[in-house]
Write a protein that binds this ligand. Sequence first.
Ligand SMILES: [Zn+2]
Length: 104
Amino acid sequence: MFLLYGRMTAKITKHPDPIIACPNDNRHMLNVVIHQLYFHVFFIPFFPAGPTEVFVKCSICEKTYRNKKVTAAYSKVKHFWYLFTGLFLVVLFFLAVGIAKLFF
Ligand SMILES: [Zn+2]
């Protein structure tokens, strides 16, 4: 049986941070981008796998930085429900099989 699985990265959120200036061009056009690794089976996310990664990306020069203060502030972002879609589908499948066995 062919099983396609592995880890992928999901972009959880991206929002502007007007306080920090870009070290390259000194403009205040930075976005905080939060990524989360997740385990997938056939590209369906099952659960988060690994730490949350926080980047600061300049929207003008497109350079990506890591900022310790920003990482500390945003690293406790909650995992989003869609990263557990595969587990939910497995539970739903077994519930459906259990209910079907009760009535048929
Ligand atoms: Zn820049």
